[in-house]
Design a protein around this ligand. Structure first.
Ligand SMILES: O=C(CO)[C@@H](O)[C@H](O)COP(=O)(O)O
Ligand SMILES: [Fe+2]
Length: 228
């Protein structure tokens, strides 16, 4: 089976001037990992931050936290080494952004990071499938990438379900508009890595939101393993 249910807050909608303390607040609230959204203004119509900020966060937070870098960039090949040096744990690139996923996967591994491969809502899961045995995690976007706070696209759940059936041990991440209102759908479809931005960040009690998301996810995974 996939490696347990994990909750990774997206810090995109946090108070960016206090990024390190916002990350600490998430980790102290029980986050399993941090989902760091890198946007370059080309692949998506928005800009966030790059490897210098990741490096600063790694220095501030120490070696323990798992950093999942969601690379919404037009040239994912360009940032592999800088992100590895900066302290990224996993490099999640978009299938739509490269002509040679195989070479990129190899490069990410050679630079000591885990490999995530994401697809936008308009990309079919069959396009991702040929790479599924070479990656650590598949990311199914449940919004058009670029901004936090958008509405969850429920019709992406068929992709998650298909992937879970075909690749029982693959980590499958959902990202975009995910929160208490729709976690059941994500969990039942088979997602085990849950990114949630606004729903956690805007809550007065992030710990209880994180616990709820994890609880629903664990229950669904247990039910799946009993059904097998
Ligand atoms: O990658 C993205 C958006 O492109 C996400 O990581 C979002 O930033 C998550 O935030 P919410 O949609 O949960 O507010
Ligand atoms: Fe993201």
């Amino acid at each position: 089976m996939a490696s347990g249910c994990k909750i990774g807050p997206s810090i995109l909608n946090s108070e960016l001037a206090c990024l390190a303390s916002e990350c600490v607040r998430m980790l102290d609230s029980g986050a399993d990992y941090l989902h760091l959204d890198v946007m370059d203004g080309h692949f998506v119509p928005n800009i966030t931050f790059g490897h210098p900020v990741v490096e600063s966060l790694r220095k501030q937070l120490g070696m323990d936290p798992f950093f999942d870098l969601h690379m919404m960039v037009a040239k994912p090949e360009q940032w592999v080494k800088p992100m590895a040096v900066a302290g990224a744990s996993q490099y999640t690139f978009h299938l739509e952004a490269t002509e040679n996923p195989g070479a990129l996967i190899k490069d990410i591994r050679e630079n000591g990071m885990k490999v995530g491969l994401g697809i936008k809502p308009g990309t079919t899961v069959e396009d991702l499938a040929p790479w599924a045995n070479q990656i650590d995690m598949a990311l199914v976007m449940t919004v058009e990438p670029g901004f936090g706070g958008q509405a969850f696209m429920e019709d992406m759940m068929s992709k998650v379900q298909w992937l879970r059936t075909q690749f029982p041990s693959l980590d499958i991440e959902v990202d975009g508009g995910v929160g208490p209102d729709n976690i059941h759908k994500c969990a039942e479809a088979g997602a085990n890595m849950i990114v949630s931005g606004s729903a956690i960040m805007r809550s007065e009690d992030p710990r209880s939101v994180i616990n709820l998301l994890r609880h629903v996810c664990v229950e669904a995974a247990q039910k799946r393993s009993l059904d097998r």
